[in-house]
Design a binder for this molecule. Structure first.
Ligand code: NAD
Length: 453
């Protein structure tokens, strides 16, 4: 990018929020409309997938071109350099990002990912999806996402804490309870949120509302930890009614056994009586046609670091899990898992996207041709951000809800969202994904026009 195209982020801040020179040099406001990077090995990059679906939705409703352009591109992209002293005394430089996509409907909102593959394209895609997700759930937030390019399993706890605090101090100028509220995502959890909240509070006073997904003791919400998984199960329950799938007889395969995958497996197995026949994690997958008990898989993970090796199960690769014979496939790990190279081999009757952006648009076309419905991420995994909204609202009111209230209110929102997504897809005769995109774009466009931007 040319220097003229770069704009210091401090130009957008109030004088009292100006940055010290040392910090300024690491912070660059990227030019709007920066093209996505070249296609990756799966043919398309995460942001290209989001843009493709966005363009399809916008074209279908013939949205005003200027509004469409305004919503399409992120409002602000922050790239920060993170020098961290490692335990052995050496200095390591990490790179972090915070992309604020849109705040027409409320403060920016979205998780923080720690992963070796994090790059600007991925964060941009995930930030855009957050804008659409909060609009589908009809909660008063916009969309953002952040991440650090790091393999956290190679860092000690102390190194992770120093990295998290450095990142928080570098993005301090753009986050805040009424501006931008981070949350956990892949490889981040309530502990990471505690460090972020503490670091931010050291400058601004006690501010529990600056992050969600915190421990209960620090203002976290009952039911937040399991919320994304619970929402996924509600999404599956509603979609199963539409597509006449008898869940009592169904076998479910889940890729990913972290926060989202494990809570989905637990609720399916222990609350809904639905058989989970395969589970995968980063080390591989396991399969048992008779069903895998959640507590056995959890015990295996806790004692060995992976579900792989659980007694009585056949070992599969992650690719085999995605292509195995099952009724429901739930990708709950990373993006781009279902793509042009494997979609034709998928045998599931229904796909419920617990992960963000797990399906490329090429795979979507193949699933549509095979009549495999895909319950899209911006609805299916919206339980997490919905309960994050409940947590934030409790923090702002200095009040705590009971667990039963959280679960009841979450169910209400998930059911309303499903009905709205379905109605939209029927009205425009499009897939559930494009129906959800249209619903979200219409809501964001309405807010944008009302605010007169
Ligand atoms: P997590 O870090 O808790 O778990 C990730 C899981 O994926 C782990 O089991 C890991 O072993 C597995 N995994 C990692 N790489 C893999 C690979 N290459 N193949 C197979 N499995 C792999 O993360 P999470 O919070 O459960 O998030 C999972 C997905 O759900 C992500 O796409 C995330 O963006 C999305 N999501 C999370 C939340 C939330 O509240 N945490 C909310 C909405 C969406």
């Amino acid at each position: 990018m040319g220097s003229k195209a770069k704009k210091k982020i401090s130009e957008k801040r109030k004088p009292s929020q100006q940055l010290p020179k040392k910090v300024k040099k690491n912070i660059v406001l990227q030019q709007k409309n920066t093209p996505p990077p070249a296609a990756d090995k799966k043919n398309v990059s995460p942001y290209q997938v989001v843009l493709h679906n966005y363009e399809t939705a916008v074209k279908k409703i013939q949205l005003d071109e200027e509004i469409a352009l305004l919503i399409k591109t992120p409002d602000r992209e922050l790239r920060v350099e993170l020098p961290v002293k490692m335990d052995d005394g050496k200095l390591n430089i990490f790179i972090g990002y915070r992309v604020q996509h849109n705040n027409a409907r409320g403060p920016y909102k979205g998780g923080i990912r720690y992963h070796q593959d994090v790059d600007l394209d991925e964060v941009r895609a995930l930030a855009s999806l957050m804008t659409l997700k909060t609009a589908v759930a009809d909660i008063p937030f916009g969309g953002a996402k952040g991440g650090i390019t790091v393999n956290p399993s190679q860092l000690s706890k102390n190194e992770l804490e120093r990295l998290t605090r450095e990142f928080t101090s570098k993005i301090d100028l753009v986050i805040g309870p009424s501006e931008d509220i981070p949350a956990p995502d892949v490889n981040t959890n309530a502990g990471v949120m505690s460090w972020m909240m503490d670091e931010y509070s050291s400058r601004h006073g006690y501010s529990p509302g600056v992050v969600t997904g915190k421990p209960i003791e620090l203002g976290g919400s009952l039911g937040r930890e399991e919320a994304t998984g619970r929402g996924v199960c509600l999404a599956l329950r509603e979609a199963a009614k539409t597509y006449k799938l008898d869940l009592k007889k169904a076998g479910v395969a889940i890729q990913g056994f972290g926060n989202v995958g494990s809570n989905t497996a637990r609720i399916l197995d222990e609350e809904m009586g639905v058989k989970v026949i395969a589970i995968g994690d980063v080390q591989g997958a396991i399969y048992n046609q008779r069903g895998i008990r959640y507590r056995d898989a959890l015990h295996q993970l806790k004692t060995t670091g992976s579900v792989v090796g659980l007694k009585g199960c056949v070992k599969l690769s992650n690719e085999e899990l995605l292509e195995m014979k099952c009724d429901v496939l739930i990708p709950a790990a990373l993006d781009g898992q279902l793509h042009a190279g494997n979609a034709a081999n998928v045998k599931a009757k229904l796909i419920v996207e617990a992960a963000n952006n797990p399906t490329t648009f090429e795979a979507d076309e193949i699933f549509a041709s095979k009549n495999i419905p895909v319950v899209p991420d911006i609805f299916a995994n919206s339980g997490g951000v919905t309960v994050s909204y409940f947590e934030w609202a409790q923090n702002m009111q200095r009040f705590r809800w009971e667990y039963s209230t959280v679960v009841r209110e979450l169910e209400k929102i998930m059911m309303n969202s499903y009905a709205a997504v379905q109605k939209s897809s029927e009205k425009y005769k499009v897939t559930l994904r494009i129906g959800a995109f249209i619903l979200a774009v219409e809501r964001v466009a309405k807010a944008t026009m009302l605010r007169g931007k």
